[in-house]
Write a protein of this length. Structure first.
Length: 278
């Protein structure tokens, strides 16, 4: 069995379909891991959701910030952005089924020596703790009163984790770390709003560093697969695979076979011939 991790799709269905068709992927035996942000900004979010959902047990998905934005928009929370392309999902006859499936996906997934999250993990979190925290958010997203959680989910404070956090603030920190974070202070507080918070390393907010570069990060014994950071591009370390290579922005859609770290890249959308397969 092989596992292929796929970077941020963001509604780019045609490149996704071509990439999956070109992979040596057997849905009966292999697995596709999706690092989140299945939807939004690209032209075919509805088709992406239907395709990934139809994969059933062959697909493992973690939620990204754009996926949560869709869930919020469907329930009347948050503000729509002019760049959003979620209208076809919201108008679809099967929207409720798709949104219920999306809410049932976790923020974090671990399997053996590998773990997957959309954005990252706070430096103080172990993989075991991250799984438990993700489960807390999943419980809130699937509870009968999940709309109450959505009403309080968004916001950038608190910026730092404390084990004593409770209620909406506790869940908000978990969501922000796992779906929005790129930079943190050396003490582990998130920087979500400052100028440069989306820039590549070396151009980020003053005094901050990428979440995965904090000395003594508790989760560094596990290989973390993540996306969310198109300006970072493909970035590989012994304990990290960052695979958002900017398909939406005319870059590539990337898949990595975890067992041997072989990289498969499909240019998006201006080229039709895959590059980097050998």
């Amino acid at each position: 069995m092989a596992t292929y991790a796929i970077g941020d799709v963001q509604g780019c269905f045609d490149p996704l379909r071509r990439l999956v068709d070109a992979l040596p992927f057997d849905p009966a035996n292999d697995r596709l891991w999706f690092v989140g942000d299945l939807v939004n900004r690209g032209p075919q979010s509805l088709e992406v959701l239907r395709f990934v959902k139809a994969l059933g047990a062959a697909a493992t998905v973690v939620l990204g910030n754009h996926d949560l934005h869709l869930v919020m928009q469907a329930e009347g929370f948050g503000r729509a952005n002019k760049e959003d392309t979620l209208g076809p999902v919201l108008a679809a006859a099967d929207r409720d089924e798709l949104l219920a499936w999306l809410r049932a996906q976790p923020l974090f997934h671990a399997d053996g020596n590998w773990a997957m999250v959309h954005a990252g993990l706070l430096p103080a979190w172990s993989v075991h703790q991250a799984q438990a925290l993700s489960d807390e958010v999943s419980a809130a997203l699937q509870a009968p009163d999940y709309r109450e959680f959505l009403a309080h989910m968004w916001g950038s404070e608190p910026a730092a984790w404390c084990d004593d956090l409770v209620g909406w603030e506790r869940l908000r920190v978990i969501v922000n770390a796992m779906t929005r974070m790129r930079y943190v202070t050396p003490e582990g507080a998130m920087e979500l709003r400052a100028a440069g918070s989306k820039s590549p390393p070396g151009q980020g907010p003053a005094g901050c560093l990428p979440w995965f570069s904090v000395a003594g990060r508790v989760s560094e014994g596990q290989v973390i697969v993540c996306g969310h950071w198109s300006a970072l591009g493909y970035h590989e370390e012994p304990n990290l695979l960052a695979i958002d290579t900017g398909c939406l922005w005319g870059g590539t859609l990337t898949a990595v076979r975890l067992e041997d770290r072989r990289v498969f890249c499909l240019p998006c959308p201006q080229q039709a011939r895959p590059l980097g397969w050998d």
